[in-house]
Design a protein around this ligand. Structure first.
Ligand code: DGJ
Length: 718
């Protein structure tokens, strides 16, 4: 069936610059017919469908706004189910739609499609943030049949693009090498990105993607889409180029081992696909997403964050009260806001002295901490810093009292040998008792220590041997486990946030495995990678910055790498700054540098956290990388530039780097920050430049092998 016919109903979903258009054909099937610049005359949207001619009997299905399976569809479906009577066919026709303005910037459109024969319906939701050109799409299926239906596939969103030539960048990797961008031209057939890891689902690959239309993605030109499936468990993204070279995108929970039985009278809400569209390349797309995330999504996205000293790499499991009191003193000496106590503070029958025991037993180890956490919190208070603590409440070591008491709380195949990831197993968050327990870990800590200022929530294992004793006992299919685990986690987090709405919490997952826009509703920040080697970090932070604003990205100075402390601090200052070093091992000059750098960070952190980010020079394109941040009023900016390769290519460093985002008519002065003690900056602070000069001619921070990192402050002259 051709994609022609007369539009019965046209549903434009418009942002300030873009429009996605749905329309129904003569048979009342709902199609997505357009994604592009919004039209000046909205009455013309109804003519779009008739301008395309894709002949062939099955072609009309390609553009389906939510492709069902089992009737005349021969393409990858968005939804596939078995009805209560065992029939596997689904047909979905348009019934109605409603657009609700939420405020001046946000609208939500709900489109109801239903099977004309069976009592199953799906509501397709489209939420649009106009100014940010951000779209959020999810679906909700309802079963009004006489008994349960089984959902074999249940995607969140199904999109269709008729633009020509699609380039896809996915962000894959592995532990210590997360978020590696891989760009390819999509050719006919299907490219799938997925995870089957259960929890810490993004360890090997992420649900973040970039689609560039017509050409490979560029930073400052071209139409691009940056997107993410906001789901913290198994996900699946299908990029399907059809036989007419159109792109079909189907994104949702991974159907792998996850057939879901939906009871009659029940609905199931799928997670959100979140994306932004830009006509000016990835730079603008990222800024849109950052601004949306800060204003609408991330917990306290426009708020403050705490700089910190973490003891993990300073002590690992080897500490006691005296040592920690010393580190609390060091936090103050350094000038950070908070001391963060990491792993190893708990477990008595099985002390947590390494990673093979104690996980799950959240009582202070009496040998290490005879006076408990409360004593340390008070010590911190006396010293004038805040105190934060590490937990990993979803996990258990088999060598723990928790495991001994509640083997049925653990995800494991009872008839098979256990298989461990980092010597641990995952607790069964489908089980409400386990949800209570996990909530209780956090609640107990805050109840006993109301001054606790921060939680680092770790998650270091994948789900092996997926099996839930609780689901079995309650006669719920085992194939619900992956989904109910994630929903259980969200339930716990909702309870925590109802009681402790603002306490900052960091998502950690041995690096990289977690950090998505569903979890970031409850967390203020995340740990992008255990790899803190600063050159690797330039690349990693660059890649994360496509999707996440700097305020969410925790960056710690550690002893990784051979670069001097200045280089390491400068790189970490591009995100939320922390330290994980032995302060007493720093040379007097290094210490003085760090103390001054923390003061400098305090002076510009509002720009890094709340300003607009500009990726100025890509580390992938030469030995120099540069990133700038500009305050919303364009009066202040900060520029970080690095010489990251020893493959000296003079031409790269001899040219200025064009800055961006300033007001061309304002006048600015430059000042070099984070100058190492005893060094002199070549930057002439008396010179005044127009924004126009800095953006068209540029700035040369004069980086070289001997001057490998430079931080410049750019301030408007009054
Ligand atoms: C993995 C994290 O990434 C580290 O920062 C540290 O918290 C360890 N877990 C503790 O076990």
């Amino acid at each position: 069936m051709p994609l022609t016919g007369f539009a019965q109903t046209t549903i434009p979903l418009e942002s300030d610059r873009f429009a996605i258009v749905l329309h129904t054909d003569k048979q009342n099937y709902l199609h997505m017919v357009y994604c592009g610049e919004r039209l000046n005359r909205p009455d013309e949207y109804k003519h779009i469908a008739a301008t395309f001619r894709f002949p062939g009997d099955n072609s009309g299905i390609y553009s389906n706004a939510y492709t069902p399976a089992g009737t005349w569809n021969l393409a990858e479906p968005a939804i596939e189910l078995i009805h209560n009577d065992g029939n596997p066919s689904l047909d979905l026709k348009y019934v109605s739609h409603k657009t609700t303005p939420i405020d001046a910037n946000v609208t939500e459109t709900a489109v109801l499609v239903a099977d004309p024969v069976y009592k199953v319906s799906v509501t397709l939701y489209y939420k649009v943030w106009k100014k940010e050109n951000v779209f959020e799409q999810w679906s909700e299926i309802r079963n009004d049949e006489k008994g349960p239906v089984v959902l074999n596939k249940y995607a969140s969103a199904n999109l269709f693009f008729t633009n020509k030539d699609f380039y896809l960048t996915t962000f894959q990797g592995q532990y210590l090498k997360e978020m590696q961008p891989m760009e390819e031209k999509l050719l006919q057939g299907m490219k799938t990105v997925d995870s089957k890891l259960g929890t810490r689902a993004m360890l090997l690959g992420t649900p973040n993607f970039m689609v560039s239309f017509g050409q490979p993605a560029r930073e400052n030109s071209g139409m691009v889409m940056l997107g993410q499936l906001a789901w913290s468990g198994n996900y699946k993204l299908d990029f399907d180029i059809d036989s007419y070279q159109n792109l079909r995108l189907i994104a949702g929970i991974n159907p792998y081992a996850s057939a879901y039985t939906l009871g009659n009278g029940k609905s199931f809400k799928m997670p959100s696909l979140i994306y932004t569209l830009s006509g000016n390349g990835t730079g603008q797309a990222s800024r849109q997403l950052h601004s949306w995330a800060r204003n609408y999504r991330v917990l306290d996205g426009n708020g403050q964050r705490l700089t910190l000293l973490n003891n993990w790499e300073a002590t690992y499991f080897d500490f006691d009260e005296t040592k920690l009191s010393g580190l609390i003193g060091d936090t103050k000496k350094l000038g950070a806001d908070m001391f963060l106590l990491d792993d190893g503070w708990f477990g008595n029958k099985y002390p947590r002295n390494n990673d093979n025991a104690g996980l799950g037993d959240w009582q202070e180890n009496v040998k290490k901490l005879p006076n408990g956490i409360g004593y340390l919190v008070k010590e911190a208070q006396k010293t004038g810093v805040k105190f934060g603590i590490w937990i990993e409440p979803e996990m258990v070591n088999p060598k723990s009292e928790l495991y001994e008491k509640h083997p049925d709380w653990v995800i494991r195949q009872p008839e098979r040998p256990e298989k461990y990831y980092r010597n641990q197993l995952v607790l069964d968050l489908a089980n409400p008792d386990v949800q209570d327990f996990v909530f209780g870990v956090v609640d107990g800590l805050f109840t006993r220590n109301p001054e606790l200022a921060f939680i680092k929530w770790d998650c270091n294992a994948v789900i092996y041997n997926a099996y839930s004793a609780w689901l079995q006992k309650n006669k719920i299919p085992q194939t619900h486990l992956y989904v109910e685990y994630v929903n259980g986690l969200y339930k716990v987090l909702q309870r925590i946030r109802a009681k402790y709405p603002k306490v900052p919490m960091m998502l950690c997952s041995g690096g990289g495995g977690r950090g998505d826009y569903e979890l970031l509703k409850y967390f203020t920040e995340f740990w992008p990678s255990d790899d803190t080697e600063p050159i690797e970090r330039i690349f990693l932070q660059w890649n994360y910055s496509y999707f996440f604003p700097s305020i969410t990205t925790d960056c710690h100075v550690t002893d990784w790498g051979k670069q001097p402390i200045k280089f390491r601090v400068d790189v970490a200052s591009m995100g939320k700054l922390g330290f994980d070093v032995v302060v007493s091992h720093l040379s007097p000059d290094d210490l003085a540098f760090c103390q001054q750098a923390l003061k400098n960070y305090d002076s510009f952190k509002d720009i890094v956290w709340h300003g607009d980010q500009y990726r100025l020079a890509s580390p992938y394109e030469g030995p120099v990388a540069s990133v700038g941040y500009v305050s919303q009023d364009k009066n202040r900016a900060v520029m970080f530039t690095y010489f990251h390769s020893n493959r000296v290519v003079e031409s790269f460093t001899s040219r200025p780097i064009r800055f961006a985002g300033l007001d061309p008519d304002k006048q600015y002065r430059l000042k070099e920050l984070n100058v190492y003690p005893g060094k002199k900056s070549p930057v002439d602070e008396s010179k005044v430049y127009s924004g126009s000069f800095l953006m068209n001619v540029g700035i040369n921070p004069n980086v070289s092998a001997g001057r490998a990192s430079v931080v410049l402050q750019i301030t408007k002259v009054n």
